[in-house]
Structure formats: structure tokens, C-alpha cells
Design a binder for this molecule. Structure first.
Ligand SMILES: [Zn+2]
Ligand SMILES: [Zn+2]
Length: 270
């Protein structure tokens, strides 16, 4: 009998603690689609909201149409209706269209042959028991979500539609590993932004039959009207998390909305 499963929760359907594929210029991501279409979500960027890290600015999924009404969309409508310049008003928090798809993300890992601790592929020795790790890492599949803007998914679609087998037949897009390589480029007006290029890879010898797609509905936190008002007024996410855990109420901050360093709010869009 064993009370603890051998894989200790790190099975193929596990996200490994991460729900979203992180696109960064440090390291390309290797993914495979688990669906052949994306789901549209809308997000508001709230420059005033306080992150647990102490920085201001967070993006939230617009609850409009999902789980009730959105106080931001309601306020946007008022601003746009009542003034010509409403859409340029600081309080007008436009919603950005985002696309999401469940994917497998492959990570190169090494597992200690003695104690089964998992390490990044660059690790040489197990810090837990001192055993030498295998020379080469192995690909581990994780169930995650890939979120991006329309331009990114349009490019991905273009690359996938041009991928055929040796007879010229369209291949199942869910059977091809895709390397997502990101770099910073200078766009219009000298704005530096991240761009990600998808590169088709050869199939990996990894068993993915057990991977269960992550639920998009469950992955994103949907805030209530009261919680959104708290965030818009410069309140913190931590207060909401704590209140949700205790089943209690958080303090709605009455103080004036603080001035925001505009550099903070750029990070999401890069
Ligand atoms: Zn909204
Ligand atoms: Zn070990």
C-alpha cells in the first residue's frame, strides 16, 4: 500500500504550479496545442491596483457577460456617453481582447535516480542527496494555457496552415510541437516590444496521452463587482485573497487614487 502517489502530484495533467506559458526572451517555450481553436477573453488593465509584490498595476478578466456585470464597462459607458473626450479620460479603462488556448508545455528536466527530486536540465548534482544526475534531461509535459493577442495567434495560424506532411496533406495541429522564440524589437515610434515567432518542431518521443487540458474558466480569477471597485480605487490584491480565504470582508480603501508611474503599466502589453 502507498498513501503518497509515486509521482507526488507531478503527473502529466499537472501544471507544475504554473498555469500560463511564460513567453520570455531568456528562454524559448516548447508547446503543443490541446485544442484547434482559441477562446476570447477581455481584460482590463488597472494601473492603480496594488500587487502583492508592492508594485502597482494588474490586469483582470472583464466579468461582463461571464459572471455578472462589470463596473468598469459600466463606468466606461457613462464616460463615453456623456463626454466627447470620454474615451481619453484617465478613468476610462478600455478592455483588451485576448485569446487563450490550452496547451502542453514541455520542460527539459532531470530527475535524481536515488531520491526522485526534479531539477532543471542544467543541474549536475542532486542537492538533496548528492547523487550525480543523468547527463541528459528528459522532456516533461505540463498542462498549461497560452494567452496572447490576435497578431500572435494569426501568425501561429499562418505557420500551422503551411505545415503539411510529405504528401502535402494538412497535419493535425495538435500533433506538432511548436517552439515559441521571443525577442525584443523596435516598432513604430521607437517603441520596444516583445515579439514571438513560432517555429515548427519534429514530434517528441514523450507520452502525452494522460495530459488533461486546463480549464480556461477555472484558471482565471473572476473578481466580484465589489472587489473590482476595491482594485480600481488603488486597493490591493492581497486583501482580496485574504478576505476570500477567511470568508470575510476586506477594507475598501477610501483614500485618493494614487498617481501611477506610467512605466509600471507598460509591462503587460510588451
Ligand atoms: Zn469590463
Ligand atoms: Zn537525490
Amino acid at each position: 500500500m502507498s498513501l503518497i502517489p509515486k509521482d507526488d502530484g507531478r503527473n502529466a495533467g499537472d501544471s507544475g504550479g504554473k498555469k500560463w506559458v511564460r513567453l520570455s526572451t531568456d528562454k524559448p517555450a516548447l508547446i503543443q496545442l490541446l485544442a484547434d481553436s482559441t477562446t476570447v477573453i477581455w481584460k482590463h488593465w488597472l494601473p492603480q491596483a496594488l500587487n502583492p509584490s508592492g508594485k502597482r498595476g494588474t490586469s483582470i478578466v472583464c466579468p461582463g457577460g461571464l459572471k455578472g456585470e462589470c463596473p468598469i464597462c459600466k463606468s466606461n459607458k457613462n464616460l463615453a456617453d456623456h463626454t466627447k473626450e470620454g474615451k481619453k479620460h484617465n478613468d476610462y479603462l478600455r478592455a483588451q481582447k485576448r485569446f487563450v488556448v490550452p496547451v502542453i508545455e514541455f520542460e527539459l528536466e532531470k530527475v535524481c535516480p536515488s531520491c526522485e527530486t526534479v531539477y532543471a536540465a542544467s543541474t549536475v548534482t542532486c542537492t538533496n542527496c548528492g547523487t550525480d544526475l543523468p547527463e541528459k534531461g528528459t522532456w516533461k509535459p505540463y498542462s498549461r494555457l497560452l494567452e496572447g493577442a490576435r497578431a500572435f495567434f494569426e501568425q501561429l495560424e499562418l505557420v500551422l496552415s503551411a505545415t503539411t506532411d510529405i504528401d502535402g496533406n494538412q497535419v493535425d495541429v495538435k500533433s506538432i510541437p511548436i517552439l515559441l522564440k521571443s525577442k525584443m524589437i523596435e516598432g513604430e515610434g521607437g517603441v520596444i516590444r516583445r515579439t514571438t515567432v513560432p517555429i515548427i518542431q519534429q514530434p517528441l518521443k514523450v507520452d502525452i496521452s494522460e495530459v488533461v487540458p486546463l480549464s480556461i474558466e477555472d484558471a482565471y480569477t473572476i473578481y466580484t463587482e465589489r472587489e473590482i471597485k476595491h482594485l480600481v480605487a488603488g486597493g490591493g490584491l492581497q486583501g482580496i485573497f485574504d478576505a476570500r480565504k477567511d470568508g470575510g470582508e476586506y477594507e475598501i480603501e477610501e483614500k485618493e487614487v494614487p498617481q501611477v508611474d506610467s512605466s509600471d503599466s507598460l509591462s503587460y502589453f510588451q
